[in-house]
Design a protein around this ligand. Structure first.
Ligand code: UDP
Ligand code: UDP
Length: 480
């Protein structure tokens, strides 16, 4: 305690919203600041509706001295929001209801934090920053491109009537290539512009504009034009655009203690030839319909490629399923095609619910990744030089999938944003073979390797992302 009192290093509070896609990058940012930038961090995370994985992640953590993990006590939101309400509204409410606990923790602190970093959906914590005169920052756990789009939506809302069908056919977001709304899956799939969703996301977008700066989990070589466009003083945004600091890729490292590290699937991978296995995963909460799960299984079988598939029981998404993810019994033989597990035994491995994805992607026998295109998954794939097959499901994943194929050149499009219905087994077979066996796969792999080396360089001491974080820490030193 004495040491903390005397310390002059900046003390930063990071507030994460629930869900592994948020907690993982926020926690990694915290670790990065503590380990490489001599910062003290208090990391606040709601325990409301925490998934099994989230709880295990926090429990298995080896915490460095200057990182304080504060699990906020559970809050009851059942009277405020119906159980099946949409995800962003729900995350927002959980964070909002947890704010009194954040406040009392800060009041108790012998050396209160002077900087507050919120993630994309915990920006209501900015009111605490104002009360305690802390500097406000945003950690964008999405790409710069999606951030650009989000900052553009107030203008879009001004120019069009979101509740009617008057969304333009193409979007011209500063810094981004013009994009056809149809390529993003049409009006209804356009990022959260449906139902009541736009309202809950808008509250956050207006808060983004109040941040002193935005830390973005990307790097200059990955999104050069967008980063430039977003920082261009001549571009007029409807709401103020804070300065941007590309600080990524901030991802889990394969060496860190992780869930299921000693698991049998890593031993299975050890026995497969280099670059021979397709990894299939739909993030922390993605599921497919029963028909689609069936076609995917049969497509994989037809392709005759080795695979490691993380499976969940087919079901419609529900926010509760997303957050509490995958409790309960999951027996893949109950929903995979008859005989599939026996016929593919030795070639494929089916893992229920969860693997330590970073350890899998880091394994030399992985040749490609069929992904739902969550931003964390994409960064993890790129850092390991693994090309992708895109299968976006919801939220901003359609945009990410498009970037992977059109801008980064590291992926083959498998499922399209604009189509309805089931993706057939033949198309799955062709796409899998293309990446695993053919010349095009080699081209994608080489491009992925290029991005891998720039990702590693940018996080090194002379790299631009490392430099961005150093600049921020210098500012924080001045105010601490
Ligand atoms: N993840 C994992 N094992 C799994 C599924 C997901 O370790 O079986 C991790 C993955 O490595 C990533 C995060 O959970 O860090 C998912 O984040 P992403 O942004 O890719 O997708 P989301 O789950 O938010 O849709
Ligand atoms: N969903 C989810 N996790 C998220 C966002 C959405 O599980 O991070 C679920 C959500 O509850 C909804 C389903 O995905 O039932 C389909 O979302 P939709 O395509 O309507 O969302 P959008 O793409 O417009 O965000």
């Amino acid at each position: 305690m004495q040491l903390i009192m005397e310390s002059s290093k900046p003390h930063v509070a990071i507030i994460s919203s629930p869900g592994m896609g948020h907690v993982i990058p926020c926690l990694e940012l915290a670790k990065c600041l503590v380990s490489y930038h001599d910062v003290e961090v208090s990391f606040f995370v709601p325990s409301t509706e925490a998934s099994v994985q989230q709880t295990q992640l926090l429990e298995s953590l080896v915490v460095p001295e200057d990182l304080h993990i504060i699990k906020l006590p559970p809050v009851d939101i059942s009277n405020i929001v119906p159980i099946n309400n949409e995800i962003v509204a729900r995350l927002t409410l959980i964070v909002q209801e947890s704010l009194p606990d954040v406040r009392s923790e800060i009041l108790k602190s012998p050396r209160p934090p002077t900087v507050l970093i919120s993630d994309m959906f915990s920006t209501h914590a900015f009111e605490i920053a104002d009360d305690f005169k802390m500097a406000k920052y945003l950690f964008c756990t999405f790409s710069a491109t999606v951030l650009a789009y989000m900052m553009y939506t107030p203008k879009l809302a001004q120019e069009t009537n979101i509740d009617s069908q008057e969304i333009p056919e193409s979007l011209n977001v500063p810094g981004c290539k013009p994009v056809l709304v149809q390529d993003l899956g049409g009006r209804d799939r356009l990022f959260h512009l449906n139902g009541g969703k736009v309202q809950s996301v808008f509250g956050h977008i207006y808060n983004y504009a109040k941040a002193s700066a935005i830390l973005v989990n990307t790097f200059e070589d990955l999104e050069p034009q967008t980063l430039q466009g977003l920082s261009d003083d001549n571009v007029r945004w409807t709401i103020p655009m804070p300065p941007l600091y590309p600080v990524g890729p901030i991802i889990k490292s394969a060496e860190s203690p992780s869930i299921g590290k000693s698991d049998y699937y890593l031993a299975w991978l050890d026995n497969q030839p280099s670059g021979s296995v397709l990894f299939i995963s739909f993030g922390s909460g993605g599921t497919l319909s029963a028909d689609q799960t069936n076609e995917l299984a049969l497509g994989l079988e037809l392709s005759k490629q080795r695979f490691l598939w993380v499976v969940r029981p087919p079901q419609d998404f529900t926010p509760a399923a997303y957050i509490s993810a995958v409790g309960g019994v999951n027996d893949p033989s109950e929903y995979l095609p008859d005989g599939f597990l026996t016929r593919t035994s030795g070639i494929g491995l089916v893992i229920p619910n969860w693997v330590s994805q970073i350890d899998v992607l880091n394994h030399g026998s992985i040749g490609a990744f069929l992904s739902h295109c969550g931003w964390n998954s994409i960064l993890e794939s790129l850092v390991n030089g693994v090309p992708l097959l895109t299968w976006p499901l919801y939220a901003e994943q359609h945009w990410n999938a498009m970037m992977l194929t059109q801008d980064f050149g590291v992926a083959v499009q498998l499922a399209k944003a604009s189509e309805e219905g089931v993706v057939g087994r033949e198309r799955i077979e062709r796409a899998v073979r293309l990446v695993m066996e053919e010349e095009e796969g080699k081209v994608l792999r080489n491009r992925a390797k290029e991005l891998k080396s720039s990702a590693i360089k940018t996080m090194g001491k002379d790299g631009s992302s490392y430099g961005s974080l150093s600049k921020l820490v210098k500012k924080w030193n001045e105010i601490s």
